[in-house]
Design a protein around this ligand. Structure first.
Ligand code: MSP
Length: 642
C-alpha cells in the first residue's frame, strides 16, 4: 500500500527557517506514522526556483541564477538532513525532467480546449520587473512601493472559469478534500464568487521553463510549481498524492488552480489538502524586516531536533496559528520531556536494574494500567489520523502521568524491603507494568520523537528496531520476561533557561550571518539584521551619489499615465535624462524649474524605450502619491547631499 505525501516546494529566495521546518517536520511525522500503519510512504519536498524574484536575489548575491539556486537548494537539503527528516525526493523546478512534465500538462490542457492565447493586462513594476497579481491600476509595487504600470501582452490563458461547477462538486462530494473546515469554507466561498481565467505564461521573463514551440513564452510560477509534485514521482508512477501539506496562505493555489489544471489535463486529483496555520514568533509574524526570523539549527544544536518537534506539535494546534518562543520551548521540554517521559523511563529502568538485576520480570496482566494503555493506543492513533497532533500528545501524556502515579502508589522501594510474602510478585508486577507502559508510550511517540524514542527503545533492550514496529501489533504484554535491558542514560537532561536561550541566540546570529552570506549580503549587514536593524557602514552610504538637480524639461511618456520624461541639470556638462513614476502626482508645469534630489550614480535603465540616467528621490506612504524631496533654502545645482 503506497502513501504519497508532499510539502510545498519552497522558494529559494530566502533561507530556510522554522516556518519551512514546521511543515516538513509534520510531513516527516505523518510519514513515520503511516509507515507504522503498514504503508509504503514516499515524501517529496523541494525548491521553487523560477521567476524574477529569484533572478534578482541571485543578482544581489553576485552569483549566476543557476549557481544561486544550487546554493540555496543545497541549504534546504542540508537543513532537512540536520533535522533527520525522511525526505525521499527533493524536487527542484529547474530539474530538466520537470520542464517535460510541465509542458506535458500544458499540452494536455491545450488539447482538451482549456488553453487559449489572449491578451494579458495587468500591473507591472518596471523598476523591479515584477508582475503584481491582483493589483489595480496605480497600486504600488509590493517590493519597492513605486506605482505599478498597466501593461498589456500576449499570453496563454487557462480557462479557470470553466471549472467553477466542477470544483464545487468536488468539494461537495469529498468533504475532506480541503482541511481544516475553515479553509474549506474559505475556498468554497471564493469559488462561488466566480473564477476568472488565469494567465499562465509570460513573454518577457527569462528565468522560467520555455513553452515548447512557443518562444519567447515561459510558464508563469504556479503552473510550473504545482506540477513538481507529479514530476517527483513520475518514474515510480506514484501520482496522485494522498496528501499535500501546505501553509494556509497558499490554499487557493492548491485547492482551486491545482485540481482545475489536473481536471483539464485529465489527470487524477490529489486526495487531500491540509492547510495549516502560521507559526508566529513571540506573537508576531516572522519577517526579515522585523528581524525576528527563527532558524532550526541553533535549536537542534542546543536542545536536539526532537525538542523542536515536540514543541511544534504539542504547543501548536495543527491547523491554527501558533506562537514560538524560546521560553515556551524550554518550558515544554523541561516539564514534559525531562520531567515527564524522560524521568518515567529512567526511574523505571533504574529500578529494574536495582531490584531485578537488569532483567524484565515476569508478570500478570497489568490491570488498570493495561486497560488505560489500550485506550490510549486507540485514541492516539485516531488523533494522529485526523491531524490532531497536540491532542494525541496530550492523550499519551495522560498515560505517562497515570503510570507515574501508579509507581508512587505501589512504592516499589518499599516493596523491595517488605517481608510480606506477596511483595516480590507485587514488585515484579509493578516493574513490568511500568516498563511495558514505557514501551508502548515509546512506540506511540516514535513518529514525533524519532531520535529519543530510538534511544529509550534500546535501553529497554528491545531486539527489533523501533522503525519496524507496526501499530496494529502494539498491545499489552509484548515486552518479554527475562529480556535484559540496555545501558541506561538520561535521554532528556534538564535544560537551564537562561544559558540555553543565550546560546541559541548567539548561534542564531551566527547562522543568520552565514545564511546572509549565502544570499550575498555582507556579514556586517547580516549581523545587524540578526539584531533586528539593517544598518550600513558610512562607506556604503557614501557610495550613493545624491545631487541637487533642477528640472529643465518635463513631458508625459506616451502610453503611460505614470511616467514623466525629464531632463535635469545636475551641474554636469549635459543635463541628465530621467524617467520617473511621478506623473500622477506632478504635471510638467509643476516640475519645470523645480529643485529636486537625484541619485546620480545608478546604472541606466530603459523605461518604455527611454534610457533613464538617474532616479528622482521622493517619499510616499504605502499606496499614496509620491512627494518629491526638496529644500527650504536656496542651494546651487550639483551640490552633493551627504
Ligand atoms: N513556492 C511556493 C510553494 C509552491 S508549492 C507548489 C511557496 N514557497 S515558500 O517558500 O514561500 O513556502 C511557503 C510555505 O512554507 C508555507 O505554505 C508553509 O508550508 C511554510 N511556511 C513558511 N513560513 C511559515 C510560517 N511562518 N509558519 C508556518 N508555515 C510557514 O509558497
Amino acid at each position: 500500500m503506497k502513501y504519497y505525501l508532499t510539502t510545498p516546494i519552497y522558494y529559494v529566495n530566502a533561507a530556510p527557517h522554522i516556518g519551512h521546518a514546521y511543515t516538513t517536520i509534520v510531513a516527516d511525522l505523518i510519514k513515520r506514522f503511516k509507515t507504522m500503519q503498514g504503508y509504503d510512504v514516499v515524501l517529496t519536498t523541494g525548491s521553487d526556483e523560477h521567476g524574477v524574484n529569484v533572478e534578482r536575489s541571485a543578482e544581489r548575491a553576485g552569483k549566476s541564477t543557476r549557481e544561486f539556486c544550487d546554493a540555496i537548494a543545497a541549504e534546504f537539503e542540508r537543513q532537512w538532513k540536520m533535522l533527520g527528516l525522511g525526505i525521499d525526493h527533493f524536487q527542484r523546478t529547474t530539474d530538466p525532467r520537470h520542464a517535460k512534465v510541465v509542458n506535458d500538462l500544458f499540452q494536455r490542457c491545450r488539447k482538451n480546449g482549456f488553453v487559449y492565447k489572449g491578451s494579458y493586462t495587468g500591473q507591472y513594476c518596471i523598476f523591479d520587473n515584477l508582475y503584481v497579481n491582483d493589483a489595480k491600476p496605480g497600486d504600488p509595487c509590493p517590493d519597492c512601493g513605486r506605482p505599478t504600470e498597466t501593461v498589456t501582452e500576449e499570453n496563454f490563458f487557462f480557462k479557470l472559469s470553466a471549472f467553477q461547477d466542477k470544483l464545487l462538486a468536488l468539494y461537495e462530494s469529498q468533504p475532506d478534500f480541503i482541511l481544516p473546515e475553515t479553509r474549506r469554507n474559505e475556498v468554497i466561498s471564493f469559488v462561488k464568487a466566480g473564477l476568472s481565467d488565469l494567465s499562465i505564461t509570460r513573454s518577457n521573463l527569462k528565468w522560467g521553463i520555455p513553452v515548447e514551440g512557443e518562444a519567447p513564452h515561459v510558464f508563469y510560477v504556479w503552473f510550473d510549481a504545482l506540477i513538481a509534485y507529479k514530476t517527483a514521482v513520475e518514474d515510480e508512477g506514484l501520482w496522485p498524492a494522498e496528501l499535500h501539506l501546505i501553509g494556509k496562505e497558499i490554499v487557493r493555489f492548491h485547492a482551486i488552480y491545482w485540481p482545475a489544471f489536473l481536471m483539464a489535463a485529465g489527470l487524477p486529483l490529489p486526495k487531500r489538502i491540509f492547510a495549516h496555520g502560521w507559526l508566529l514568533f513571540e506573537n508576531d509574524k516572522m519577517s526579515k524586516s522585523r528581524g525576528n526570523i527563527v532558524r532550526s539549527e541553533p535549536i537542534q544544536k542546543v536542545m536536539g531536533a526532537d525538542a523542536l518537534r515536540y514543541f511544534l506539535l504539542r504547543e501548536v494546534v495543527f491547523g491554527q496559528d501558533g506562537s514560538f518562543s524560546y521560553d515556551a520551548l524550554i518550558g515544554r521540554y523541561n516539564s514534559d520531556l525531562a520531567n515527564g517521559l524522560g524521568n518515567l523511563a529512567s526511574r523505571t529502568l533504574t529500578m529494574i536494574n536495582q531490584y531485578r538485576e537488569g532483567a524484565i520480570p515476569a508478570s500478570g496482566n497489568g490491570g488498570e494500567v493495561a486497560t488505560f494503555a489500550a485506550e490510549t493506543i486507540s485514541a492516539a492513533q485516531k488523533s494522529f489520523e485526523s491531524f490532531e497532533f497536540s491532542k494525541a500528545l496530550e492523550t499519551i501524556w495522560t498515560l505517562i502521568s497515570a503510570v507515574d502515579k501508579f509507581i508512587v502508589q505501589m512504592a516499589p522501594w518499599k516493596l523491595a524491603r517488605s517481608q510480606d510474602p506477596s511483595a516480590p510478585q507485587q514488585l515484579d508486577d509493578t516493574l513490568y507494568t511500568a516498563a511495558e507502559a514505557v514501551r508502548l508510550v515509546t512506540a506511540l511517540l516514535y513518529p514525533v520523537l524519532p531520535e529519543s524514542t530510538r534511544k529509550i527503545w534500546a535501553q529497554l533492550g528491545m531486539p527489533e528496531p523501533i522503525e519496524s514496529v507496526r501499530i496494529d501489533s502494539l498491545s499489552w504484554g509484548g515486552l518479554k520476561a527475562g529480556q535484559k535491558i540496555g545501558e541506561i542514560a538520561g535521554v532528556f537532561p534538564r535544560i537551564e533557561l537562561k544559558p540555553a536561550v543565550d546560546k541559541m541566540r548567539e548561534l542564531e546570529a551566527e547562522v543568520t550571518a552565514q545564511q546572509q552570506i549565502l544570499l550575498g549580503k555582507k556579514p556586517e549587514t547580516a549581523e545587524a539584521e540578526a539584531e533586528g536593524v539593517a544598518r550600513i557602514a558610512i562607506d556604503d552610504f557614501l557610495k550613493v551619489d545624491l545631487r541637487v538637480g533642477k528640472v529643465l524639461t518635463a513631458q508625459n511618456v506616451k502610453g503611460s499615465t505614470k511616467l514623466m520624461h525629464m531632463t535635469v541639470d545636475i551641474g554636469e556638462m549635459k543635463p541628465r535624462t530621467i524617467v520617473a513614476g511621478i506623473a500622477e502626482a506632478y504635471g510638467p508645469e509643476a516640475l519645470i524649474d523645480r529643485k529636486v534630489v537625484i541619485v546620480a550614480n545608478l546604472q541606466p535603465r530603459k523605461l518604455k524605450g527611454i534610457e533613464s540616467n538617474g532616479m528622482i528621490v521622493a517619499a510616499s506612504v504605502n499606496d499614496g502619491k509620491p512627494v518629491l524631496a526638496g529644500f527650504h533654502e536656496d542651494i546651487p545645482v550639483g551640490a552633493r547631499l551627504k
